[in-house]
Design a protein around this ligand. Sequence first.
Ligand SMILES: [Zn+2]
Length: 510
Amino acid sequence: MNKHLLFKALALFFPAFLHAQEPHPCGTAPVIDPWLLEYKQHPEQFATARSFDTLYAGVQVHLVARNNGTGRFTVERLLDAFCRLNLDFQPAAVQFFLKNDWTTPNNTNWYNHSDIPEGIEMMFENNVPDALNAYFVGDPAGNCGYNLPYAGVAIAHQCANPDDHTWTHEVGHALTLPHPFIGWEGKVYNFAVPTPDTLTYDYTYFHSTPDTIVPAPLDTALVERLDGSNCGIAADLFCDTKPDYLSYRWNCDNNGQSQVTLKDQNGATFKADGTLYMSYADDDCSNRFSDEQIATLRANLLTQKTAWLHPGAPYPDISGAPALLSPNGGETVPAVDIPLHWSPAPGATHYLVQVSRFSNYVVKNYDLVVTDTTFTAATLLPNYTYYWRVRPFNYGHTCASFTENASFYAIPSSSVGGLATDDNFRYYPTRLSPGQQLTLEIPADWLNQTAECRFFDATGRLVWQTRLTPGAEKITLSLPSDEWQAGIYRMVWTNSTVSRSATLFCTGGQ
Ligand SMILES: [Zn+2]
């Protein structure tokens, strides 16, 4: 989503919305990582860090909620965001995998943290070693996200939509990429003012180690010129990222460039490049890391973050979709302990299961992860149609989509009949309308035994019969009940070992 335009639209129609604060794109203050400086100054030392193999890096996700457990990022959104992260890093041949289950801390002060030190505390208390730690919170100190080089990244829920690149941007920082406009953070570029040669910046909290947090350190960045004459030592130190002085969220033109014109210290005019993930251009504009950025982030992984790396792909692709087996097709089921069954998807280790009264899942009765291919919905409100679907994933692959919807109709469990003996035989509904099917749940030891199933009216007259050999634990009968008068009917089930009878009420078609 284009948050920038959405915000403007909301502000137009809801003036009160103006009081809300659009998050700052990124809280990561300017800093040139000492490793990046070394890498740029002595590239020969990193010759062995070149490889074209896909690198697999572990991520530890933390989904933070308020004290009372509310507000947590949903699994569905996490799967989408993680898919986006991996798509964005595909051209760099870097793929991330979830190192462990995501953690679920409850802490309102972390969920909405008002300043970076609270985020530091959150990360120090929850970080796991040997992984990129990523925190999803409601408000990371007024930003869409930020990166602490020694701790992890924090991402705002509202900036982690399926087409957003904040997570990608912050992981870029975690792998030492600066903003292309480094030095301009917190400053507003003005075309009318001569562009300086240098900019001074404050990088409190954003050192590569936590022991130098105070006092506020200052550093100086050279402003990059358009002619490339200082590109290797100015701004982000990359020569294949153009000069960029825009440290606020901006929208691009159709060519992915800034709509405003910039002017360097020599008076040369240009537009900023919005296609870079590390810029502040709208999410709709950005779609790449530059070649030098890719070489750098890979070298950083291969030399500084080897503990994150897994040799080879830790998880296989997901090579198929599950089939929803039952209940399906609007079939009638009692509203208690409803078993949902689906077929496995090759490669999947987990399934996100959703059950809803609404086919668009706007409100969900169930929304949870299982590792099996079955889930029992304990209770649902009866007399409604429900929809359900599953989404297969594993900890390396989260891009598979949901299945199509399956549906069933839940009836009150009071309308389920059983037999006096403890046979696990159930039938429903016990109040049958004309044309409605009767569902029978067959005890296991009756399966594959030929049985006579007869129906008698209240006077004892045989009105219908069938011979069948049940091969499944659930079967349905289509009774000609529209030809029957309203009243009580008795069903008798007889096979070679048992004879059982049960009653139901038919509303009748006459
Ligand atoms: Zn940033």
